[in-house]
Design a protein around this ligand. Structure first.
Ligand code: CP
Length: 317
């Protein structure tokens, strides 16, 4: 694997899950692999889980880790081409990227959708510039359109908790006060297309995801109908993909919050969310605190997904 920007780059999912299980069984088995290798983790946006789990994963592999918060302590970076740099940005990304590449062996990038241009977001302009100009293997720590380390951790978690070969997994939109990117739901849908689970997406009208990510999934605008018989409920907010309302909050319907009453429609489903989560917007306290909530095991598996991917990248150096 040269770069990791999509869950599909894992190749055969069963093999990837077996590799993840081996990592989980012995996290320190590959310390020699990362010896004298450096992972640079570049954050354009905030993070708790990705920052900690990816550092831990790299350290488990014997790697050195450098973390750069672009907006705290580094020069402000210009990203537009042809811009006359007479403002507050002191350095251009096109010099900064190859410089960063000089100091590391692999680079992780977190760069969210900016909601300024749907084309720029969906062309992954920042992530692709790192791939083009860093000279290093690049892995996504959540980019504009995908969050594959999260999705891999989510699938590991479902595999660890499913009690039937083909569980029903429902990804439901839920309300949030701010416009959030589509990266997590896009990526989760992409990951579900690699499984043989029954997968249903429930969202209000105007909130359908990009067709390339929906694929063959069933989409409904009726949340109750979707939740009936679900084994796993994956809640997430996302802003509209639809061109005329792209990245705007046009629905604040608290009727989509995942409540105890909503969960009663399911097959005693597990509740999942990638975190951070807005309690009593996305999900009520009693659901997220219930014994069926998997939010902490999901987060714990971020270390495993990151370590499995880093191991694959190191093996390809
Ligand atoms: N789920 C996730 O990526 O969390 P952070 O934004 O805290 O990294």
């Amino acid at each position: 694997m040269k770069h990791f920007t999509s869950i599909k780059q894992l190749g055969d999912l069963k093999d990837a899950l077996a590799a993840a299980a081996a990592v989980k069984a012995n996290r320190f088995a590959d310390q020699e692999l990362g010896k004298n290798k450096t992972a640079l983790l570049v954050f354009f946006n905030n993070s708790l889980r990705t920052r900690l789990s990816t550092q831990k994963a790299a350290q488990n592999l014997g790697m050195n880790v450098i973390v750069l918060d672009v907006n705290q302590g580094a020069w402000k970076l210009e990203t537009g081409h042809g811009v006359v740099m007479d403002g507050d940005k002191s350095e251009h990304l096109l010099e900064a990227i190859p410089v960063m590449g000089c100091y590391c062996d692999v680079i992780g990038i977190r760069s969210f959708a900016r909601f300024e241009s749907r084309d720029d977001d969906y062309n992954e302009v920042i992530l692709n510039q790192f791939i083009q100009y860093s000279g290093r293997p690049v892995f996504s720590m959540e980019a504009a359109t995908r969050h594959p380390l999260q999705t891999f951790a989510d699938i590991i978690t479902i595999e660890e908790h499913k009690t039937k070969a083909r569980p029903k997994v429902v990804m439901t939109w839920a309300p949030h006060p701010k416009a959030l990117p589509q990266a997590v739901p896009n990526s989760f849908a992409e990951g579900m297309s690699m499984t043989d689970y029954e997968f249903v997406i429930a969202n209000p009208e105007g909130y359908d995801l990009a067709p390339e990510f929906v694929g063959n999934a069933k989409v409904t605008h009726n949340q109750d109908e979707a939740l009936a018989g679900a084994d796993f409920v994956y809640a997430k907010n996302w802003a509209p993909y639809q061109a005329d309302i792209y990245g705007k909050v046009v629905n604040y319907d608290m009727g989509w919050t995942v409540t105890k009453e909503k969960m009663a429609l399911t097959n005693d489903a597990f509740f999942m969310h990638c975190l951070p989560v807005r309690r009593n917007m996305i999900v009520t306290d009693e659901v997220i605190e219930s014994p069926r909530s998997l939010v902490i095991p999901e987060a714990a598996n971020r270390e495993i997904s990151a370590q499995t991917v880093l191991k694959m990248l190191l093996q390809s150096l």
